[in-house]
Design a protein around this ligand. Structure first.
Ligand SMILES: [Zn+2]
Length: 239
């Protein structure tokens, strides 16, 4: 059977003499793996259209197992991103978490469009924006992805008692799934992080806006580091 996919190449791994197994996030089938035969031979044309971080129309012939990639037509190569080393490192970090969070063969149009938008936005910002901007976009992407997958971070009310959060003193409990008030934090001595007010504000902005709008957020390196700490901690509880 021949299948056509719109997919984004996440990863590749050499196998055998000249073959590769690709991990692709597709609109039609979610995360899939497939084999491309002879793709490491010098004259192989298919390799160029199957580079990591490429949006392509991909043809796969499969009856069972991994199947075989027989064609790929590039839709977006994200060229600026690939010429910006710092942005590329940030993006690989984002894609690495993405790959761990999404299951195989569980298609989700919202997740596909989020991934596509993320790559389009980082591509637009590459070669012009500072590294903080790329960190913000990556963190925003992860928080929005977690939300789309059902792991929403609670940042409006205390995740423990449900009361509205005060502005001056904020804590975060990944174990409970979000921000907690001073009263609940006092009775919960382990696994609670003290966080800056700006951290919770940024998490709210991530959840309420499209990735494109996150490029307008102005944040210091300290704010980025603080959000990074919270997101990494939350991921440890989730993954
Ligand atoms: Zn509370």
């Amino acid at each position: 059977m021949e299948y056509r996919y719109t997919g984004i190449i996440l990863n590749k791994r050499d196998v055998g003499e000249t073959d590769r197994i690709y991990t692709i996030y597709t609109l039609e089938g979610g995360k899939i793996r497939s084999l491309a035969k002879g793709v490491r031979k010098p004259q192989a044309k298919l390799a160029a259209s199957l580079e990591n971080i490429t949006l392509a129309d991909i043809t796969i012939i499969r009856t069972r197992g991994l199947g075989k990639i027989t064609g790929s037509i590039i839709e977006n190569n994200f060229t600026s991103l690939k010429r910006d080393c710092d942005a590329l490192l940030e993006t690989f970090a984002g894609l690495n978490i993405f790959e761990k969070l999404v299951d195989f063969e569980s298609s989700d149009k919202k997740v596909f469009l989020l991934l596509k938008e993320y790559l389009e936005v980082v591509n637009e910002c590459s070669l012009s924006e500072n590294i903080e901007k790329h960190i913000i976009i990556r963190l925003g992407f992860i928080v929005k992805l977690l939300d789309a997958l059902g792991y929403t971070i609670e940042v409006d009310n205390c995740v423990s008692c449900g009361k509205k959060l005060a502005q001056d003193f904020l804590c975060f409990s990944s174990q409970q799934g979000g921000a907690i008030c001073q009263h609940c934090a006092n009775g919960n001595d382990s696994c609670v992080l003290s966080v800056r007010t700006n951290t919770i504000k940024m998490l709210r902005l991530f959840l309420k806006n499209k990735i494109q709008s996150l490029t307008k957020i102005k944040a210091t390196r300290e704010d980025c580091d603080s959000v990074c700490l919270v997101v990494d901690d939350f991921l440890r509880w989730t993954l």
